[in-house]
Ligand binder design. Structure first.
Ligand code: AHR
Length: 487
């Protein structure tokens, strides 16, 4: 039996709802076909934006969406994507598959998507091949209501009032596809660009510095040392890759039990990565004012056979659901430093919550994890100690049970995952005297997936017993993720 002990007296603070954020790039079929099908499509849409996708994102209360990249962001010139569609500039998407980008989905369309979903936009500005002026005018275009030429241009394009875009990334992966800069050089570039992130009225930009590749602690050290007072957040990217090289990342659907544990072991390592970055940041920012923004995370496997290698299309199984559950529990437990996270990517790319094929749409197991974890959004994190053994081959051993907990207005939520691929686990939750409880679970064989023919994985009620002493007991099936709510 695993015992989850809650201590409501101890909390790291509020779990920002933005931890449940997503990332959408002009990559493969994420934006085009996944989100945007155009105003003339027979697929149900509003101003070209798929209604089925919007509804699915509303159900999980998507709080914040990052766009337009990724690597694409540092080659994106926002003026190419405004004004009459027939005269928008065409470009070749050199990062992703060499396809033609007609810019029919630009600033207005993305902000329309965010308004339809009810989420905050997070823009990633072009530093690698753009200019300070270009970024500054993008902020003015979206956030100002002054009578400037830029604002007149927006109004001529059909938008009277400023949208008020809060989150601004200053470049993406500036150590790599965003310009191959050294930390020391980028720190100065960052200082310069952030100077021109002007506040218009109440619209004060939240400035996010382009962060480390995950294990590059030097990058965070230099950025914090040189620019901490000038930033609100610094990002970090961490992908879970099962294979040992980028050439062979492993199949999304065809894997052994050892590879299952290896993937979960690597996913759980993000705890160490966050702790290390947090320790560095705390030396320069002991108040924890600067957020660590995990704005790209998730699994990265080989593309599905026969698909464009530049489109990064992969299926999604219960293994992905477990990766999401473990990662989100870790983010919750680091909520005093991690204030936003954006899984890569929204639709049809990497660890998506949604897959589409023509007019068909399917919710992946990962979508169901975001559904199960919703109650944590903006709730108070509470300390949760998990007494459990480990499972898996010695080299890839993982904690059998992963959990996190929060409370809001006297109601508690524990999310718990059983990483054991084969055996169910008895769970006791103690530390809070419960009088009533309910639970939901997503479970299945580790390779189980939803596809366009059959959506077999969905959440189901899970029996939970309130014991005489107010403890809760339940049985978590093998390879499962659950939400337990009680008061
Ligand atoms: O998400 C795919 C790519 O991964 C992004 O474009 C880039 O930022 C990262 O390397």
């Amino acid at each position: 039996m695993a015992v989850i002990t809650l201590n409501p007296e101890r909390s790291r603070g509020t779990i920002s709802k933005n931890i449940y954020g997503h990332f959408s790039e002009h990559l493969g079929r994420c934006i085009y076909q996944g989100v945007y099908v155009g105003e003339n499509s027979a697929i149900p849409q509003v101003r070209g934006i798929r209604t089925d996708v919007v509804e699915a994102l509303k159900k999980i209360h998507l709080p914040v969406l990052r766009w337009p990249g990724g690597c694409f962001a540092d080659e994106y010139h926002w003026r190419d994507g405004i004004g009459p569609k027939e005269s928008r500039k065409r470009m070749v998407n050199t990062n992703w598959g060499g396809v033609v980008e007609d810019n029919s989905f630009g600033t207005h369309e993305f902000l329309d998507l965010c308004e339809q979903v009810g989420c905050e936009p997070y823009f990633s500005a072009n530093v690698g091949s753009g200019t300070v002026r270009e970024m500054a005018e993008w902020i003015e275009y979206t956030n100002s209501d002054g009578d400037s030429s830029v604002v007149r241009e927006r109004r001529a394009n059909g938008r009277e009032d400023a949208w008020g875009v809060k989150y601004w990334g200053i470049g993406n992966e500036s150590w790599g596809c965003g310009g191959n800069m050294r930390a020391e050089y980028y720190a100065d570039v960052y200082r310069r660009y952030q100077t021109f992130c002007r506040t218009y009225g109440k619209n004060k930009p939240f400035r996010i510095a382009s962060g480390s590749s995950g294990l590059d602690y030097h990058w965070t050290e230099v950025l914090m040392r040189e620019a901490a007072p000038m930033m609100d957040g610094i990002s970090v990217h961490y992908y879970t890759v099962c294979g040992d090289t980028w050439e062979k990342k492993g199949s999304a659907t065809d894997f052994t039990e050892e590879e299952y544990y290896k993937t979960l072991h690597k996913a759980a390592y993000i705890d160490e990565v966050i702790s290390q970055h947090d320790a560095i940041m705390t030396r320069y920012d002991p108040e924890k004012r600067v957020g660590l923004i995990v704005d790209e995370w998730g699994t990265w496997f080989d593309v599905e056979p026969g698909t464009n290698p530049g489109f990064l299309y992969q299926q999604n199984t219960m293994r992905d659901a477990l990766v999401a559950a473990v990662s989100l529990n870790i983010f919750n437990r680091h909520c005093d430093r991690v204030t936003m996270a954006n899984i890569a990517q929204l639709v049809n790319v990497l660890q998506s919550v949604i897959l589409t094929e023509g007019e068909k749409m399917v919710l992946t197991p990962t979508w169901h994890v975001f559904d199960l974890y919703q109650a944590h959004q903006d709730a108070k994190e509470i300390d949760c100690f998990v007494g459990t053994g480990s499972i898996g081959p010695e080299k890839w051993a993982v904690e059998r049970i992963s959990a996190s907990a929060s409370s809001r207005e006297g109601r508690y939520t524990v999310t718990a995952a059983n990483l054991d691929a084969d055996q169910p686990e008895e769970i006791r939750i103690t530390g809070v005297r419960a009088s009533r409880a309910e639970a939901r679970v997503l479970s299945g064989e580790m390779h189980a997936k939803n596809d366009f023919e059959q959506e077999m994985l969905t959440t189901k009620p899970l029996p939970v017993t309130v014991e005489e002493n107010g403890d809760l007991t339940l049985t978590l099936p093998a390879c499962a993720v659950a939400e337990i709510r009680f008061s």
